[in-house]
Design a protein around this ligand. Structure first.
Ligand code: ADP
Ligand code: MG
Length: 584
């Protein structure tokens, strides 16, 4: 074949392949255009999974009549003027090829009225060619209808997935954008039935509830952080919701990520998210997450991928670190912080944990304030659950669980709203006691003690010297000791939760922890909780188990014992039906 320059139409059809892969990609481009036009309401109609019709109507600024023919030409954009602008893109679109590409492989009708014009324009295209154009009286905004997608590209048509698959894709996509733009109302109608609607209230949590459902939302935590970039002006802001480790699924598809309002499928970012769950989720299990990341426009390159799904940051590792750290600390510290934050760090945070987990406390005031706000809202939502016994003293960190029974004198089997829980009675009790002791300290109340215990422990001289140096601190943390000679320790009093006959075990454990360089407070509280917790093999009555579980439901760290072991395993209803092959 001789070499010829391809006609514009053929070029468009080839390019269309890159931008318009499937019906959902058309929906994505049209949604982005509506959002770029500052729409407040976006109405999406789909027929036959998008193959027959995709229509997106918006109440945005509209297109000036004389620019309408331009809008559907390749490389026609109102959003970019010169290549340098690429480095500071604030709009979702910028290449000016979406409408032209879509028009090349469908019948496209564009109706638009600019907000400063009296009349609108209607433009019909077929296979990339303009058939007719006329003035019409319409409200301000834009309606793009795409009919018979891929009618002239049989190869692509053949590879279209089943209608249901496309439908699901489109629904996920609309839900994702609705979460990224909570201030915009999205309505999705598929084959005449409304399948999704967001309120446009501006509250992310409202949309998350709509998209994921209330049951799932109840097992999600708000995250927020704002980090000033060290290398330059500006900051990295992260906000959103992530699931507690009790809620997970077998694929990554519900880790929804946005960068500057753009949906991205960035494997690096997704990895940073799953890394935050390291040791909290089993291998092959993934969380639910919706995370909105905002960075300075010129800190991110969005022009590295045809559908703009992947992005490149000026400093990838800095961004990933923010994501990981923010999520990790939210996951480990699932409850509210006290208002007098300066007293919080170092003394309360277990330093060993801090170091191994890279846990950095978020000390920025706005972040704290926002987190409190979100937690408060979440609490209100949770408070709406009928509880029977009035307002909870502490916020829930687990859904309400019903004890079913005990297995092997070791595990408590419980049922929750979304599946089955297997709870390690010892680790769970440890977590609960540790939390209760911490509460006393935070309220600046003395830890209740057994007085006059009178047990003695023999220690090495060097250990006695260590203890001697920290006696007053230990007394505050529930371990009142006295030294006799160079190697005898007398336990005068110990936290009331410790059974008397085990008082000396507290000292032994305490010394072990101190040798591992755990700080005094953590070592004391941990030694007490481990000693006081119910043991493995201990039979519990139903009421005892239910009481323990009630406390665990409001424990600050319900998923991990103070020594770092998991307290529970969760099998979701989804997982169970998969295992039993009940999935349709
Ligand atoms: P891009 O979004 O990359 O600029 P498109 O082909 O998607 O390219 O759109 C071309 C131009 O048409 C846009 O730059 C914009 O000016 C205009 N346009 C498209 N859709 C809309 C809309 N819904 N509302 C207002 N203007 C629109
Ligand atoms: Mg566009």
């Amino acid at each position: 074949m001789a070499i010829v320059l391809l006609s514009d139409l053929v070029v468009s059809q080839i390019a269309a392949g890159e931008v318009v892969e499937r019906p959902a990609s058309v929906v994505k481009e049209l949604l982005e255009n509506a959002l770029d036009a500052n729409a407040k309401h976006i109405y999406i109609e789909i027929e036959e999974g998008g193959r027959k019709l995709i229509r997106v109507s918006d109440d945005g600024t509209g297109i000036p009549a004389d620019e309408v023919p331009l809008a559907v030409m390749r490389h026609a954009t109102s959003k970019l003027r010169q290549a340098e602008d690429l480095y500071a893109i604030r709009t979702l679109g910028f290449r000016g090829e979406a409408l032209a590409s879509i028009a090349a492989v469908s019948s496209l009708t564009l109706v638009s009225r600019h907000r400063q014009e009296k009349m609108g324009v209607e433009l019909h295209m077929q296979g990339g060619e303009v058939l007719r154009q006329r003035a019409v009286g319409v409200p301000v905004g834009t309606v793009v209808s795409v009919e018979n997608l891929f009618y002239n590209t049989p190869a692509r048509l053949k590879f279209l997935k089943a209608e249901n698959t496309e439908r699901r894709h489109i629904q996920n996509l609309v839900g994702d954008y609705a979460m990224a733009y909570p201030q915009v109302r999205f309505v999705l109608v598929q084959d005449g039935r409304e399948v999704f609607r967001s309120t446009g209230s501006g509250a992310l949590e409202d949309v998350v509830v709509k998209v994921f459902g209330l049951e799932t939302f109840r097992q999600m935590l708000p995250v927020y952080s704002e980090d000033v970039l060290r290398s330059r002006d500006g900051s990295v802001r992260l906000r959103g919701f992530v699931s507690t480790p009790t809620l997970h699924r077998s694929d990554r598809s519900r880790v929804v990520l946005f960068v500057n309002g753009r949906v991205v499928q960035d494997s690096g970012l997704a990895h940073a998210v799953t890394q935050a769950y390291h040791m909290l989720l089993e291998r092959g299990r993934y969380p639910y997450a919706v995370l909105l990341l905002d960075v300075p426009p010129d800190f991110v390159d969005v022009n590295v991928h045809p559908t703009k799904a992947e992005v490149r940051f000026q400093d990838n590792s800095a961004v990933f670190a923010v994501v990981q750290r923010t999520l990790r600390s939210a996951l480990l510290q699932t409850t509210h912080e006290t208002d007098n934050a300066p007293s919080l760090p170092t003394s309360v945070v277990p330093t060993a944990t801090q170091a191994t987990l890279g846990w950095v406390l978020d000390t920025s005031g706005t972040a704290r304030a926002r987190r409190r706000e979100l937690l408060h809202e979440r609490e209100e939502d949770l408070a709406a659950i009928p509880e029977g016994v009035g307002k909870p003293a502490k916020p829930r960190t687990l859904p309400p669980l019903r004890v079913v029974g005990q297995v092997g004198g070791t595990y408590i089997v419980a049922e929750g709203p979304s599946g089955v829980y297997l709870i390690d009675q010892h680790s769970a009790h440890e977590a609960v006691i540790y939390d209760e002791l911490n509460d006393y300290l935070q309220r600046e109340q003395p830890i209740p003690l057994h007085e006059d215990v009178g047990a003695t422990v023999e220690v090495r001289a060097v250990q006695a010297r260590v203890l001697e140096a920290i006696l007053p601190a230990l007394a505050r943390f529930g371990v009142v000791l006295e030294l006799f000679g160079s190697a005898t320790v007398l336990v005068r009093a110990v936290a009331q939760c410790v059974p008397l006959e085990r008082a000396s075990d507290v000292v032994t454990r305490l010394l072990l922890l101190l040798e591992k360089h755990v700080d005094v407070q953590t070592a004391a509280l941990q030694a007490i909780s481990t000693t006081a917790a119910v043991r493995i093999g201990q039979r519990l009555t139903h009421d005892e188990m239910q009481e323990l579980v009630r406390k665990l439901e409001r424990c600050v760290t319900p998923l991990q014992s103070p020594s770092g072991r998991p307290t529970l395993l969760h099998m979701s209803a989804e997982q169970l039906s998969q295992e039993f092959k009940r999935r349709s």
